[in-house]
Design a protein around this ligand. Structure first.
Ligand SMILES: CC(C)(COP(=O)(O)OP(=O)(O)OC[C@H]1O[C@@H](n2cnc3c(N)ncnc32)[C@H](O)[C@@H]1OP(=O)(O)O)[C@@H](O)C(=O)NCCC(=O)NCCS
Length: 409
């Protein structure tokens, strides 16, 4: 059975939204729904129809994302859902193929997404490109190593988040290129981040903000909530729940963390999503006490391998012939010679014998600099035909800092 696919117009929004609500078992608050509608680019939606009814949906957000060495227009895939009555009939596969063709025609060479489950998107050529850590830190075990940075010019300022929106936006814009995976935020992103409705609070009270600043202006901020509690013995047991902490420099970063970790009446600080190379790991004298948990984060798909590979920077010179396997975007499936050094990269179609055979999902995984190619070689998922070629490519593609999006889209 086939399901005709086309973008929706605004009048079809309720039916589009309903598919997501049913598939996710999610009942959005009317304000959440309104925000979601505001961010939707209707010409980039896709719906699969069963007669007059929508059976499956997806859409794309036009993002400007940081990649190693620069920024790139990236198709941010979102709102992927199929009605429970229509699951496992190929609706998602049809939507994904159509979407990748549309993205290709539009000229974006990279697509990215957050997956509800790790299992779903590998078959469409997406690879796990970033991970994230969650932390649960006991205040009494949170001392920093000797030599942690401190700047006497810095001071903390307690503020109401909504009052400093412009400062937060400005600071974030100044650091967005510092890490691959981060993307430029639009006004609706900030409306969502700062929305402080009760359903967002999960029993932890209003959103709070603290700034690190000097006479020149804001150098960092933390957004967090506090779940207030007193135990049966009358001892304070507050939990600080960090949403977001950004800083322009190490001293502001360290000061903001200290202000959370040293907070009076609190016993723990939790953070749901932090980069895998969060500098806090180096700052803590006893990093095991972070009680870190790992999870996959951003997934990346090279829609046009050659343009994608020449749109990022490389950490070391490399010259390899890569045979790319790609069933979904056949224009990628051929041999490419990638020649890169610290000044730039070239990627040309060639007929020569390949140094390696690589599924396009593995290139997507490596694209943001996570350094995963060697782990895939060791797992037997990449065919190496010239000894050392994968290591050379892995070294060239790895990047520091490690990729992390930090905000689900
Ligand atoms: C995930 C979802 C979109 C899949 O839609 P679908 O139309 O059932 O998928 P398809 O029928 O096209 O499946 C294609 C293939 O993916 C597999 N697959 C799909 N969803 C999967 C899942 N969640 N876990 C494992 N495999 C999955 C199918 O088994 C099928 O495999 P095959 O080609 O080997 O037969 C749908 O189950 C859904 O809406 N889930 C709830 C919401 C959600 O998680 N959305 C994703 C947001 S990122």
């Amino acid at each position: 059975m086939t399901y005709p696919i086309r973008p929706i117009d605004e009048s079809e929004w309720p039916a589009f939204g309903r598919v997501l609500e049913e598939a996710f078992g999610w009942t959005p608050h009317p304000q959440q729904s309104e925000r979601w509608k505001t961010e939707t680019e209707f010409d980039r939606t896709l719906a699969a129809f069963d007669g007059d009814d929508i059976a499956g949906v997806t859409s794309v957000l036009s993002l400007t994302m940081t990649v190693p060495g620069g920024q790139l227009p990236v198709a941010g895939v979102t709102s992927v859902s199929v009605l429970p009555s229509h699951r496992r009939r190929g609706v998602l596969s049809a939507l994904m193929r159509r979407q990748l063709n549309d993205v290709h025609e539009r000229g974006e060479c990279v697509a990215a997404l957050y997956a509800s489950e790790s299992l779903i998107y590998g078959r469409y050529g997406y690879g796990r490109a970033a991970g994230e850590l969650s932390f649960k830190i006991d205040k009494h075990a949170s001392a920093f190593v000797p030599g942690a940075p401190a700047d006497p010019a810095l001071r903390l300022k307690v503020v109401k988040p909504a009052d400093v929106r412009a400062e937060l936006e400005k600071l974030f814009a100044s650091i967005v290129t510092h890490r691959p995976g981060r993307y430029e935020r639009k006004p609706h992103n900030w409306t969502g981040i700062l929305a402080d409705e009760e359903y967002d609070q999960h029993g932890a009270g209003p959103l709070r903000a603290i700034l690190a600043e000097d006479d020149g202006g804001v150098r960092g901020y933390a957004l967090f909530r506090i779940k207030s509690n007193w135990d049966a013995h009358g001892l304070a047991d507050n939990q600080v729940r960090l949403n977001e902490l950004e800083a322009t420099d190490p001293a502001a970063y360290a000061l903001l963390w200290r202000s959370l970790l040293d907070r009076d009446l609190a016993t723990t600080v939790t953070a749901g999503s932090r980069p895998v190379d969060d500098p806090l790991i180096a700052l803590l004298a006893d990093p095991r006490r972070l009680r870190a948990g790992w999870q996959d984060e951003l997934y990346v798909r090279l829609v046009e391998v050659d343009r994608a590979l020449t749109s990022r920077a490389y950490s070391a010179p490399v010259d390899v012939v890569i045979e790319v396997e790609d069933d979904v975007c056949p224009w990628n499936a051929r041999r490419w010679r990638l020649t890169a050094d610290l000044s730039g990269a070239e990627c040309k179609p060639v007929e020569e014998e390949p140094d390696m055979t690589v599924p396009v999902s593995a290139l997507g995984s490596a694209y943001m600099g996570d350094g995963t190619l060697m782990e895939r070689l060791q797992a037997g998922l990449i065919g190496e035909h010239t000894a050392g070629a994968v290591r050379a490519l892995a070294t060239a593609m790895s990047w520091s800092p490690k990729p992390w999006g930090g905000l689900v889209f």
